[in-house]
Design a protein around this ligand. Structure first.
Ligand SMILES: Cc1cc2nc3c(=O)[nH]c(=O)nc-3n(C[C@H](O)[C@H](O)[C@H](O)COP(=O)(O)OP(=O)(O)OC[C@H]3O[C@@H](n4cnc5c(N)ncnc54)[C@H](O)[C@@H]3O)c2cc1C
Ligand code: FES
Length: 270
């Protein structure tokens, strides 16, 4: 379901996920029916409008997104309290396609936001999930308890990795992929997080001939395929993504983790 009509919604609840990450819950029937991986354009009055992955949907019309405080717009969102008003339009974009089978999920940071509703559907499908959550250090982790609760419904596992060894296994999230893939039973890989991680996930998946779906981020202005600010290769992340399948990712692998467009549209080295 898509709705381009902007709606004003009230923040009903703000949940601290970590020192720099918060989830904002609001009521919007259209957003509550979003598919996993879709995003919403969030208008912060007087500040900016930025895309946010929908991190929570409920049958009772509630929806939520999860913001990490990094720049002006995300900090303004982070500082909102219950009762604040904001604008939403969408949900937009291509979503993850949940399968029934044995899947691997690789995520990091707020990249886990769209992977949470995906995991809920996968476990409803009785799929087994091998979820690898990576981070630089222990303070960065969000959604671990929520992931454990979701995955407890099927025969699944969570593997935590940190670059400094402060939580879980020392190393990169992608280091944990190979031992599982070598067993030969993974049907599909889903991933979202830093682009260099996504690139590595794609390269490893290619070696084992496992299809992947990855959700990408680019600066977005219109969110509906008009302005071109979100282009990667010949694709617009807002319209052709944000979730891309292996063939399209293989086409744009040369840009992944290397180039981004800045707010003026100039391609810059990441
Ligand atoms: C489809 C899609 C879904 C998204 N979903 C989410 C989401 O669920 N949660 C979320 O927090 N953000 C999400 N984003 C990113 C979000 O839209 C903003 O780009 C981000 O919040 C920064 O906006 P800003 O205006 O505050 O900072 P900017 O002014 O754009 O950036 C300020 C500084 O922070 C850096 N920066 C920008 N983004 C990040 C980042 N993610 N991590 C570290 N540094 C960064 C910039 O390079 C710059 O130096 C999503 C983006 C897309 C395209
Ligand atoms: S944000 Fe305008 S084309 Fe994608």
């Amino acid at each position: 379901m898509v709705s381009d009509k902007p709606r004003i919604v009230k923040v009903l609840n703000v949940r601290d996920e970590s020192k720099t990450v918060r989830s904002l819950i609001f009521e919007d029937d259209i957003c509550s029916k979003a598919r996993p991986g879709q995003f919403v354009m969030v208008w912060i009055p007087g500040v900016d409008e930025i895309p946010m992955s929908i991190s929570m949907t409920k049958a009772n019309g509630l929806a939520g997104f999860t913001v990490r405080k990094v720049g002006e717009a995300s900090s303004a969102l982070f500082d909102m309290e219950a009762g604040s008003l904001l604008g939403v339009r969408g949900p937009y974009g291509r979503h993850f396609t949940p399968i029934i089978g044995d899947v691997m999920i690789v995520g990091a940071g707020t990249g886990l936001a769209p992977l949470m509703p995906l995991s809920e559907i996968l476990t409803q499908n009785l799929s087994s999930i091998h979820m690898i959550i990576g981070g630089k250090t222990i303070d960065e982790f969000v959604f671990v308890d929520r992931a454990r609760a979701i995955l407890s419904k099927t025969k699944s596992e969570i593997i935590i990795t940190t670059e400094d060894g402060s939580y879980g296994t020392k190393g990169l999230a992608t280091d944990a992929m190979e031992p599982i893939l070598k067993e030969g039973h993974i049907d599909k890989i889903y991933t979202c997080g830093p682009e260099l991680m996504i690139k590595k996930v794609l390269e490893i998946a290619q070696v084992f001939s496992v299809p992947i779906q990855a959700s990408l981020e680019r600066i977005m202005k219109c969110g509906i395929g008009i302005c071109g600010s979100c282009c990667i290769g010949r694709y617009r992340v807002c319209k052709d993504g944000p979730v891309f399948d292996s063939p399209k990712l293989e086409e744009i692998i040369g840009e992944l983790g290397l180039f981004k467009r800045d707010h003026s549209g100039r391609a810059t080295i990441i």
